[in-house]
Design a protein around this ligand. Structure first.
Ligand code: PEP
Ligand code: MG
Length: 544
């Protein structure tokens, strides 16, 4: 048994088999094939091997687990055999002379894009199965990893050198138990995605490819990983997992109670979501609304920017799943670690200080207007709040208001119904916090993004694992900026929410409540522990 220390993102635990994740870009070397017939033969052989693997996995799961769990492999066989998928790959090889890997990847990606843009959450979730089938074909084509895949019938722990947000968002969450990576940091978007999925992640682990297929325990509480744990340790952790589950279930008792301190100070508790499917967890954890929907995650891996109709139907479905609730949708916050193929962003020396978020949107108004029109139309179906990321000046808000006015005029002229969303801004740069008074005069609400506010105030790259010990969410400069922002918001009678990771940090809850923060927006799994902490808090006499 091996014990290795890492950096944890949460206190969650997991026991499962490790599956080594190879980056797809390392598998696809060439797009054009030298010998089309040979490529077709390679693809057909990989196809048959995958079919056999899936049959084997199905039978094994049926014997060892249940018919329900075995069904997933039957469904993957059907996807693989689907004539649309299979024929499109063969056509790409035969007529476009692509390599088998390239054909599988490009056809798989296109199909995935179609699925994730579907309105029905069930069909949307099938996108992850397409990814699984595509990856299986790619791994078999690469000649690697067959045996490891063959041995894993149950949910697994993903091990990788590093995981980008776009890779993470594509993972099939139904069988994902946790992540272990060499790179990454607890404030990266990959860590945020893992928290929303409610799975543990250990970073800074000196991973070894030979662990592929081995049993492991992730202990997020003590920040360590066990490889090949003995029976006694497995039993101990299994008991702890069960007891954590019971504690979580017991918290359901406060689900519908208000988040109010002992002495009567009430705050709103909202959920942060990355895809519409996260709403199920938000509702089950008693979210009073959605405080931050990071809309860019929906479109991270797509090759074409989603059109207005696609965006409208997704935003509308979010509003309709939580009728009459407060819903905040943030406009595209791409750039830095969130890179999308359709934007073809050029490499930058300092991407976090570069072309990102509102800067891209204001520079490409035609692209931004598609999202604004979709949001305006969705606003007719509920209480929609639009949130602008990375604002540093009054002029930026005014420019967005002008674009909104243009979009409204277009919609009126076309006779298309729309609503009047509330317009707020993220306070996530020191410039915005210092100028909060001026910005509050232009915005309807503030939402403080402590992840970026810490990054820019402390001059520390939030994605750099080596800086983790310096990245201090309690730093007095940061707390002072948050306090100044709250005071400015209240001077102008607008509400202020905290939607960065610090919102879920129970050691800061009393400080935030004392500042008069109106709402906290956190990952769904953090909602009830936070509510419990608030309900147990007493602020001192002056409401502080
Ligand atoms: C933040 O910066 O705190 C925030 C909520 O936005 P993101 O983490 O998506 O950058
Ligand atoms: Mg941010």
């Amino acid at each position: 048994m091996l014990t290795i220390k890492g950096q944890s993102i949460s206190s969650e635990l997991a026991i499962g088999t490790i599956r080594y994740y190879r980056h797809i870009k390392n598998i696809i070397h060439d797009a054009v094939a030298a010998d089309t017939d040979a490529e077709l033969a390679r693809y057909r052989s990989a196809y048959r091997k995958c079919m056999d693997q899936l049959q084997h996995l199905h039978d094994k799961t049926l014997r060892q687990l249940s018919a329900e769990e075995a069904d997933i492999f039957e469904m993957h066989r059907m996807l693989l055999a689907d004539s649309q998928f299979h024929n499109a790959i063969e056509t790409s090889i035969m007529q476009e002379h692509k390599t088998a890997e390239y054909a599988v990847y490009s056809v798989g990606q296109k199909l995935w894009e179609r699925f994730i843009n579907m309105e029905d959450p069930y069909l949307q979730a099938r996108g992850a199965d397409i990814q699984d089938v595509m990856n299986r074909l790619l791994f078999v084509l690469s000649g690697k990893n067959e045996s490891a895949l063959d041995n894993i019938t149950e949910p697994f722990i993903v091990m990788a050198q590093d995981l980008s947000p776009s890779e993470t968002v594509q993972m099939n969450t139904s069988r994902l138990l946790g992540f272990i990576t060499r790179e990454g940091s607890p404030y990266s978007h990959t860590a945020i995605l893992a928290k929303t999925m409610s799975i543990p992640a250990l970073m800074h682990i000196d991973i070894d490819e030979n662990w592929d297929g081995h049993l492991a325990i992730i202990d997020g509480k003590n920040q360590c990983l066990y490889i090949d744990p003995d029976e006694a340790l497995i039993r101990k952790y299994q008991a702890e997992i069960n007891s954590d589950k019971k504690k979580r279930e017991a918290l359901q008792a406060i689900r519908d109670l208000p988040a109010i301190t002992q002495d009567g100070h009430e705050v709103k508790l909202y959920a942060n979501i990355n895809t519409p499917s996260d709403i199920t967890a938000a509702i089950s954890q008693g979210a009073e609304g959605i405080g931050l929907f990071r809309s860019e995650f929906l479109y991270l891996n797509v090759h074409e920017y989603p059109d207005e109709e696609v965006q409208y139907s997704i935003y509308r479905s979010v509003l309709e799943r939580m009728p009459d609730r407060h819903i905040v949708i943030r406009t595209l916050d791409l750039g830095t670690d969130k890179r999308s193929p359709y934007l073809a962003l050029e490499p930058e020396e300092n991407p976090a200080l570069g072309y990102r978020a509102i800067r891209i949107c204001l520079n490409q108004p035609e692209l931004f207007k598609v999202q604004l029109r979709a949001l305006l139309r969705a606003a007719a179906h509920g209480s929609l709040h639009i949130l602008l990321p990375m604002i540093i000046s009054v002029q930026e808000i005014r420019r967005v208001k002008e674009l909104l006015a243009v979009c409204k005029k277009e919609l009126t002229d076309e006779g298309t119904p729309y609503g009047n969303p509330i317009l707020g801004i993220m306070i996530e740069t020191p410039a915005a916090a210092v100028m909060a008074d001026e910005l509050a005069a232009e915005a309807d609400f503030f939402s403080i993004g402590t992840n970026d506010l810490a990054q820019y105030t402390l001059a520390l790259d939030r994605n750099n694992a080596r800086l983790h010990t310096f990245y201090d969410p309690h730093h007095p400069a940061l707390i002072r900026l948050i306090g100044m922002t709250a005071e400015a918001a209240h001077r102008h009678n607008i509400p202020v929410c905290i939607c960065g990771e610090s919102g879920a940090d129970l050691t800061l809850t009393k400080t935030f409540l004392s500042m008069g923060i109106d709402a906290l927006s956190v990952a769904p799994s953090a909602l009830l522990p936070l509510k419990q902490a608030i309900r147990g808090t007493t602020l001192d006499s002056a409401g502080k």
